[in-house]
Design a protein around this ligand. Structure first.
Ligand SMILES: [Zn+2]
Length: 94
């Protein structure tokens, strides 16, 4: 599987580290709502299709990336810098 880093270009997945689900929203750190924290830490959806994930280019520029990957085919449709920059369509192989 190849991931196209916005800075480094297409690289093998072995250069990247999976950082987790990119769809979760962390509760307010001051919150004492145990149900909200429990859901944040333990609840996971098992999506069959496109899934937004956070990856770090740990073997390269060390950027954190928001990657949209199909859990069915591993095809990557979009890669963007995590934190809100514009997305970049992932071309070619997956
Ligand atoms: Zn990179």
């Amino acid at each position: 599987m190849l991931i196209t880093c916005p800075y480094c270009g297409p690289r093998d997945v072995s250069e990247f580290s999976y950082q987790g689900d990119g769809n979760r929203t962390r509760p307010d750190p001051a919150s004492t709502d145990q149900a909200a924290w429990n859901a944040y830490v333990y609840d996971r959806t098992n999506i069959a299709g496109d899934h937004r994930e956070i990856w770090q280019h740990s073997g390269g520029c060390r950027s954190h990336l928001a990657v949209t990957r199909s859990t069915l085919t591993h095809r990557i449709s979009e890669v963007a810098l995590a934190g809100g920059s514009t997305g970049r369509r992932h071309g070619g192989r997956s």
